[in-house]
Ligand binder design. Structure first.
Ligand code: CP
Length: 322
């Protein structure tokens, strides 16, 4: 008998999800991948649902990816940015959301600069809330699409050695990757300058490499993160040049590895700082595959939170097949 996996109202992080919930999202994303390859990229799965994309911070990939996912599932969508709304006149997050709810919405996708903003909102409105990145806390759909990409290319996640390299301290992507990957049985490590590694991170079940050469010697997958200069309130590194010299992922460094290493980067990239162009565009880079997988992951999350059955995902995507 197949086990029924339940989802709550919201997706605010991977920390609170079970192994079954994470595996189900990855599995449901599989059939949804094909919809984006069709000439007419649309199925009626979310017809009649109204979704608001509320982005208080800049975004290219996540915002557009959610919008494509929503439109491909036939939802009605509205985009609101911090700078183009009454937020600049001092309206609070909850007041903004309650006014949107007065217009009868079903879901809110939120990106916010404050850690915990998505949970705060989810606890105060009846609509489904999906976290599209909140401060330094979590970016769950990025973690899920990274995991789907690793699974696609490595044949599975359990036992794989994944090292996250860069500014771990300020990274919500690192946190969601750590929670998701460790739950699914990967060996996870982090690597970066000591000032950018959070104190006590080992308690999350990861090991720490101080030198990138050691990380490259160990890893099968590198997930390379940018330096989040906009969140740095102090001089965490002497200079970008120095960071590149000691931690930049270059062909010369990867050539010393005992195996080919799969290269991920959540974007946006700072070429020549955390990653060299020959690596970003090289044969082992799956950076654009991550972006493609992001649409399928977001379709899966929207479908499941809207009450879609995991068992019916394959059938749902065949409805109104063009
Ligand atoms: N990976 C990611 O969150 O990119 P954006 O900031 O462009 O959404």
């Amino acid at each position: 008998m197949t086990k029924t996996v339940e989802f709550g109202k919201d997706l605010t992080g991977l920390e609170g999800l079970s192994v079954d919930q994470i595996s189900t999202i990855l599995d449901v994303a599989e059939p949804f991948k094909e919809i984006s390859e069709r000439p007419i990229k649309k199925v009626p799965v979310l017809r009649g649902k109204t979704i608001v994309n509320l982005f208080y911070e800049p975004s290219t990939r996540t915002r557009v990816s959610f919008e494509f996912a929503e439109k491909r599932l036939s939802a009605d969508t509205v985009n609101i940015s911090g700078s183009g709304s009454s937020i600049v006149k001092g309206e609070s997050l909850v007041d903004t959301a309650r006014n949107l709810e007065a217009m009868r919405i079903d879901m809110v996708v939120i990106r916010h600069g404050s850690s915990g903003a998505a949970r705060f909102l989810a606890d105060r409105i009846p609509s489904n809330v999906i976290n599209a990145g909140d401060g330094q806390h979590e970016h769950p759909t990025q973690g899920l699409l990274d995991m789907l990409t690793i699974r696609d290319h490595m044949g599975g996640i359990e036992g794989r050695r994944v090292c996250i390299v860069g500014d771990i301290l300020h990274s919500r992507v690192a946190r969601s990757n750590i929670y998701g990957l460790t739950k699914l049985g990967a060996d996870v490590a982090v690597c970066g300058p000591p000032t950018l590694i959070p104190h006590g991170i080992e308690e999350l079940g990861v090991q720490v490499f101080k030198r990138v050469e050691e990380a490259i010697e160990w890893a099968e997958v590198l997930n390379v993160l940018r330096l989040q200069l906009e969140r740095m309130k102090a001089g965490y590194i002497p200079s970008l040049r120095e960071y590149n010299r000691f931690f930049g992922i270059s062909v010369a460094r990867l050539e010393k590895a005992p195996r080919d290493i799969l290269i991920l980067h959540p974007g946006p990239m700072n070429r020549g700082v955390e990653i060299d162009s020959h690596v970003a565009d090289g044969p082992h880079s799956v950076i654009l595959r991550q972006v493609t997988n992001g649409v399928a992951i977001r379709m899966a999350v929207l479908y499941l939170l809207a009450g879609g059955s995991p068992e019916r995902a394959e059938a749902a995507k065949m409805e109104n097949r063009s």
